[in-house]
Design a protein around this ligand. Structure first.
Ligand SMILES: Cc1cc2nc3c(=O)[nH]c(=O)nc-3n(C[C@H](O)[C@H](O)[C@H](O)COP(=O)(O)O)c2cc1C
Length: 190
């Protein structure tokens, strides 16, 4: 079993992100290869990055950083559920990534993006160099255009094809994740 954290990257009141994250988390929870957890960046509530040292040193001063470090350390894989703001990724997501370094490394990352006609794809493409910089390994994406038509009363119910796309990505994350987990264990033992 791999521990998969689905991380909701939007924090504004009335956001769609939590309902889409909840949908994806439901699929991940039903997948045989994962122990799934839903992480909401609104609830994590990190301030703007306020550590004096580079995260590579892991000399964290603040309890919120130590807690966030423990949360991501526990994951074998992560999926970012992310909208596109002005053709880019959200500030809370970049902030949450910047807080840490080793905790992300050598783990697969999937992207669930949503928006209008662009389906959040521009934000995903801009985020990839960032996730690569911290050692995350891109393992697939699900892009949802015109997401609002599938959202009612805070519940997101897309057509079956999106469930299939999510499961396809999860299958790839499971394969890549198992390899990377084994490799991380070798590195720890060495
Ligand atoms: C600040 C801001 C910028 C936005 N920019 C884009 C954009 O560039 N492309 C797009 O497809 N939608 C854009 N939208 C619309 C979002 O896709 C839509 O509001 C979506 O619900 C945002 O995700 P959230 O509800 O989880 O915050 C923007 C929304 C906001 C609030």
């Amino acid at each position: 079993m791999l521990k998969l954290h689905t991380i909701v990257a939007s924090t504004r009141p009335g956001r769609a992100g939590l309902s889409i994250g909840t949908w994806f988390h439901g699929i991940a929870s039903a997948h045989k290869d994962f122990q799934a957890e839903l992480i909401d960046l609104k609830a994590v509530n990190l301030p703007f990055f306020d550590e004096p040292h580079h995260p590579r040193l892991r000399q964290y001063m603040h309890q919120h950083t130590k807690d966030w470090s423990a949360t991501i350390d526990a994951a074998d894989a992560v999926v970012f559920v992310m909208p596109e703001y002005n053709h880019g990724f959200t500030a809370p997501l970049k902030n949450a990534i910047d807080y840490l370094s080793h905790e992300w490394a050598d783990k697969p990352v999937g992207f669930v993006s949503y928006g209008g006609v662009s389906a959040g794809t521009r934000a995903v493409q801009l985020l990839k160099p960032v996730t690569t910089a911290v050692g995350l390994v891109a393992a697939g994406e699900v892009n949802i255009p015109f997401y609002a038509q599938y959202r009612q009363d805070e519940t997101f119910t897309p057509p079956e094809s999106f469930n299939d796309a999510a499961n396809l990505m999860l299958g790839r994350i499971a394969k890549v994740g198992a390899t990377l987990k084994a490799q991380r264990q070798v590195l720890v033992a060495a």
